[in-house]
Design a protein around this ligand. Structure first.
Ligand SMILES: [Zn+2]
Length: 148
């Protein structure tokens, strides 16, 4: 791990969908005043909600973005990819750590790019496919052996 130089928190990003500025805003800006996430922040595109619906969560302490801005479709895809990946270690096929190493190898990603919050639509799709294939392979190889 490289040491990260201390620098002031960057509170604006560029929206990759429309090119507008995305600013750090309280979660209530998107989720409404009754959100349970009242103390969290998001980077929200200036076009939100009229012409663009891209945003991304910020880490609670550092306020750094958790990934790249995503529109509703990509946000949904990232949730599905996360769920597929989590299932592998939650069901005990691998440890959480080795699940991430496994996916990183399967997708030929560098360690620093192995964050679902940064995944494009393509990588989300690949993640889901790899996880499904792994499960399928595992079930089939189990079928071949005798149940203890
Ligand atoms: Zn935008």
């Amino acid at each position: 791990m490289k040491k990260r130089k201390k620098k002031p928190v960057q509170t604006t990003l560029r929206c990759p969908y429309c090119g507008r500025t995305a600013r750090l805003r309280p979660a209530a800006y998107v989720y409404g005043d009754d959100t349970l996430d009242a103390d969290s922040f998001l980077y929200v595109c200036d076009g939100y909600p009229d012409s663009c619906d891209a945003y991304v969560g910020a880490h609670k302490k550092s306020l750094l973005p958790k990934g790249t801005l995503a529109d509703s479709e990509l946000r949904h895809k990232r949730i599905l990819a996360h769920r597929a990946l989590d299932a592998l270690w939650k069901q005990g096929y691998m440890t959480r750590h080795s699940t991430y190493i496994w996916l990183q190898t399967r997708l030929c990603l560098r360690e620093k790019d192995m964050h679902i919050g940064m995944f494009s639509d393509y990588y989300c799709g690949q993640t889901i496919r790899e996880c499904e294939e792994f499960m399928k392979w595992h079930k089939e190889s189990r079928k071949g052996g005798k149940c203890a």
